[in-house]
Write a protein that binds this ligand. Sequence first.
Ligand code: NAP
Length: 543
Amino acid sequence: MTEPPAQDGMERAVLDQAEAQLRAVLGRMPREVSLLLFTSATANQVFSDAFRQVLRAIRTMAPKVSLREFDLGHPKAREHEVTAAPTLILAPDRAAIRWLGAPLGEEGRVLVEALLMLGYGDLGLAPESERILAKLSEPRQVTLFVSPTCPYCPQQAVNALKAALARPDLISLSIVDIQIHPALADRYDAHSVPQVWANDVLIARGAQPEELFMTCLSKLQEETVFIPESDAPLVEADLVIVGGGPAGLTAGIYGARAGLKTVVIEKDALGGQVATTPVVENYPGFTQVGGKTLVDIMVSHALQYVQIFPGEAVLDIVAGQPLEVATSRRRFQARAVLLATGAGYRHLGVPGEARLGGRGVSYCATCDGALFRDRDVAMVGGGNSALTEALYLQNVGARVTIIHRRDRFRAQEHLVQAVAAAGIPILFQHEVEEILGEGRVEAVRLLDNRDGSRRQVPVQGVFIAIGYQPAVELAKKIGAGLTPDGYLQQDERHRTTVPGVYAAGDVAGGARQIVTAAGQGAEAAMAIFEDLVHPYWTESGSA
Ligand code: NAP
């Protein structure tokens, strides 16, 4: 019998590979990048030390990076109007970008992205974004709130960095770690991440495709739709996969390995729901792994085979042969399309929920949980997600109470016992009827469904994990059939009712586990390969 490789050894190997790649790209940067770091021995010293260590490590890998360190009391701090530590000022000769906090966790990749943009001078802006920014004529002071545990934050931070570097004459940017600067967050009533304010106007909550971010920045308002006039070249592929979660990424690996030219398009954070799952304990090969870590491993595996188009929203699919896929940035033609669009958060639909979104109402404990340290929060739901996230919230120091509408949980026994062992209070047979608060969450109004009584419970946060709604908008647009429960209809070969269009993962319902999504992605890609050799949609069945 052979011994399995130690999990620690595997993680070490992944880290070593990442460090070697980082060393190579930072080492080759052609342009000088100057950094000014302001620290303090009294305020936020841990974070000052962490920032200093990160930057000194980067400095050893990147000969073109120069680092100067100052105490907050130094005249340089006054010159640059720095009042908090740690603060990093990036390339003051070329831009007006400052970082209030320390680049821990997810923010680490933002720092690397910023250095690469500055060091290579290549922003990789989409043509449409360039057009929007070129027309800008008024200044924009952008404040972006991020947190180390938010997988959506890097995408939005990269958008903001691109804007600030493309128009340094008009756009200044402050990236603020919301956990280190809760007072600043309170001033903006910002209680979710990522959140972007420009000239003190809230312009975006959550991550956005790049062009949509630029539109909001230019119009100074929240927008949800972007109408592209893109002239980017057409991309031809055998298989276009819509969705970069476990189903889409696995299908990408299998499709490409079968010899199909395969691309994956993802509008939000790669990994889908897994990216925001605090801990995964039932994916074979990992006794316990952070959701985001698992996603990173899957993404780097998939990138060995497929091209991924991140931050690109698919707006339309036109059936036929070839199928046409239009995104916010370009057009694709494909012989087959796999819809692995997953599912979005289900909403309670009670008064106050939408109004207080990002102001205490959250669907992502991993992203926003740490903002509620020492605060009372409600966790609504009784499934695996609610219990996992309640444990996470307790771990980050929130005083959490679970509110569930029935007298027993739907979650697995293992989690039920963990919640009991952690002593998390539970209100069974209670329903949230309203979320109350002026500018931010102050209380929930609960109905006790045993006796019909009502009461108000003061809380500062309401986390909602009551399941997901399948993301079937695109499927509906091309006329694909749905099941009576609203999932995308598929047969045993993952074919939908539209020829050449397939389904995999949570959008099609079923067990909705990471491992089953990955399995369905593999099955779908194999079925697609066989169908492209013998297309069932032509009369002769020949390609
Ligand atoms: P879920 O299993 O569908 O549970 C949803 C919970 O929310 C249920 O307890 C439900 O109550 C409650 N609920 C639904 N609508 C409600 C409403 N309007 N008001 C109040 N409560 C409401 O959802 P989930 O926990 O998000 O899990 C989704 C899927 O992902 C599941 O298949 C789960 O097993 C899976 N998951 C997998 C992993 C993993 O693979 N590691 C981790 C997390 C989740 P009732 O019980 O009364 O219906």
